[in-house]
Design a protein around this ligand. Structure first.
Ligand code: ZN
Length: 111
């Protein structure tokens, strides 16, 4: 077992230097995104890149998602105008009656 030419303390850490073939044919993934308006965009990503959940639609600027049937909600560009209208609508609908009847109840003299 005593080979005279045994390599002692061989350096295993020095790896081969020949793996430099990369960069010119990186595989790319094409991922489809759909916005709430139904626009489809198909950006491509590097295979090792993290694919975002939301992509901005290049046509209307709305966020687009990978689920065609369930695109992300569009940004709220309209101010509280519609919200206010919505609240007013609800007020006059049911709450108004409740408040009114309650007020009448209190006005009713109890003897
Ligand atoms: Zn769009």
């Amino acid at each position: 077992m005593a080979g005279g030419s045994a390599i002692r303390g061989s350096r295993v850490g020095a790896g081969p230097m020949g793996e430099a073939e990369r960069g010119d044919a990186a595989p790319r993934l094409r991922v489809s995104f759909w916005c709430a308006k139904g626009h489809e965009t198909e950006p491509s990503f590097a295979a090792d890149a993290a694919i975002p959940e939301v992509w901005d639609c290049p046509r209307c600027g709305w966020p687009a998602g990978q689920d065609r049937d369930n695109p992300p909600a569009p940004p709220r560009t309209e101010p509280y105008k519609t919200h206010l209208a919505y609240v007013k609508e609800r007020r006059s609908d049911g709450d108004g009656d409740a408040i009114l009847s309650e007020a009448l109840e209190r006005l009713r003299p109890t003897s």
